[in-house]
Design a protein around this ligand. Structure first.
Ligand SMILES: C=C(C(=O)O)c1ccccc1
Length: 374
């Protein structure tokens, strides 16, 4: 019987256990450059089977929030090299989540103060995180985007390829393509944000075209076994919507089955919200989604996320319903989450007030178990 604490090989990447740190935006990399505080944060959590970094912008245009890291300057790549070295020295494995926010951005964060880009010029009813002149953080309405010209799309696909190469050169064990939570790739996938009338809009196969061109470019550059992808079939995050999620994401996973990917990462329900959230009239069938993937020949590891506690994680892996479980908030406040889950030890509660922005408080100052045992 498979245990959450068993090792697993996901594509080309060997993991010591099946407990994954989910990508967590923390807004603590001013200038989009990873710093020594970030090194400490990831190093503290290196006992995870796999660390997935916070979402990391592939270009300046792909940046949507203040103080999130990037993969597009040498300084940032040098910073990431420090992170990967420290995690590997501590015996961990780490992949970077590659992010283009699309319309979930603000003109003040965009090159030359321009409009953010998206599949279509539809403003999201959503907010992004900015830094005020006095250094305090604030959430602001996302700006109205412009629709990408057909001629611009190959350039963005090239940006993904270059960032993937840079990630491997910076020491990452692989990459996770961020295709979830209403960011650029998801803006092409969902009909609520894509009203294009060219080959990237309309029927599902057109709306999924951009995703597969990105997957193709990245896997050709760094290999299928070092490439994972995150999708969120029914999340309403960032004003995402599509009335037929089952058909859309069945098509997506059947297409992904053609690649020998490292893993498929599924957010079940509303990101950070109810696991049973649904879009449209019927609940989403996650079991059918995995069956469709495997029927199409897919062999990548299946990773699931959103609201798992210790019991649910243990039984879901034991029953073969997933191969790995990604934990978000529990990893914020428990750097040694793996040990605590193994020992069924009490967990520290995360402080929501320090999730975004700031320094060591609520970031690297959570105690490990041995620091707490009196
Ligand atoms: C990258 C994010 C995501 O995938 O939802 C994110 C961004 C800002 C705050 C929380 C999460």
């Amino acid at each position: 019987m498979t245990s959450l604490f068993d090792p697993i090989k996901i594509g080309d990447i060997e993991l010591a256990n099946r407990i994954v740190m989910a990508p967590l935006t923390r807004n603590r990399s001013p200038g989009a450059v990873p710093n020594t505080l970030n090194v400490t944060y990831y190093e503290q959590r290196a006992s995870a089977g796999l660390l997935i970094t916070e979402a990391t912008a592939i270009t300046h245009q792909g940046q949507g929030y203040a103080d999130v890291p990037g993969l597009y300057t040498q300084e940032a790549l040098d910073g990431w090299k420090q992170v990967t070295n420290a995690v590997h020295k501590a015996g961990g494995k780490i992949v970077v989540q590659m992010w283009h926010v699309g319309r979930i951005s603000h003109t003040s964060l965009q090159p030359n103060g321009g409009k953010p880009v998206s599949a279509s010029a539809i403003q999201a009813k959503s907010k992004t995180y900015l830094i005020n002149a006095d250094g305090t953080g604030t959430f602001a309405e996302t700006s109205e985007p412009r629709a990408l010209e057909l001629s611009e799309i190959p350039g963005i696909i090239e940006d993904y390829r270059k960032a993937a190469r840079a990630a491997i050169d910076a020491g990452f064990d692989g990459v996770e393509i961020h295709a979830a939570n209403g960011y650029l790739i998801d803006q092409f996938l969902r009909s609520g944000s894509n009203v294009r009338t060219d080959e990237y809009g309309g029927p599902i196969e057109n709306r999924a075209r951009f995703l597969f061109q990105v997957v193709d470019a990245i896997t050709r550059e760094i290999g299928e076994g070092r490439t994972g992808i995150r999708i969120s079939p029914v999340t309403p995050a960032n004003d995402s919507s599509d009335p037929d999620a089952q058909a859309l994401f069945t098509y997506v996973v059947e297409g992904l089955a053609k690649y020998k990917l490292s893993y498929i990462h599924i957010i079940e329900g509303a990101t950070g919200g109810p696991r049973d959230f649904q879009q449209g009239d019927t609940p989403f069938d996650y079991k059918a989604l995995r069956q469709a993937y495997e029927k199409a020949g897919g062999k990548a590891a299946w990773m699931t996320n959103n609201g798992y506690d210790r019991d649910l994680a243990i039984e879901t892996v034991r029953d073969g319903k997933t191969d790995l479980v990604a934990f978000g908030k529990p990893f914020i406040s428990n750097p040694d989450l793996v040990e605590r889950l193994k020992d069924n030890a009490p967990l520290n509660t995360p402080d929501q007030a320090t999730f975004y922005g700031g320094g060591a408080k609520g970031y690297t100052d959570y105690p490990a178990l041995e620091q707490q045992v009196a």
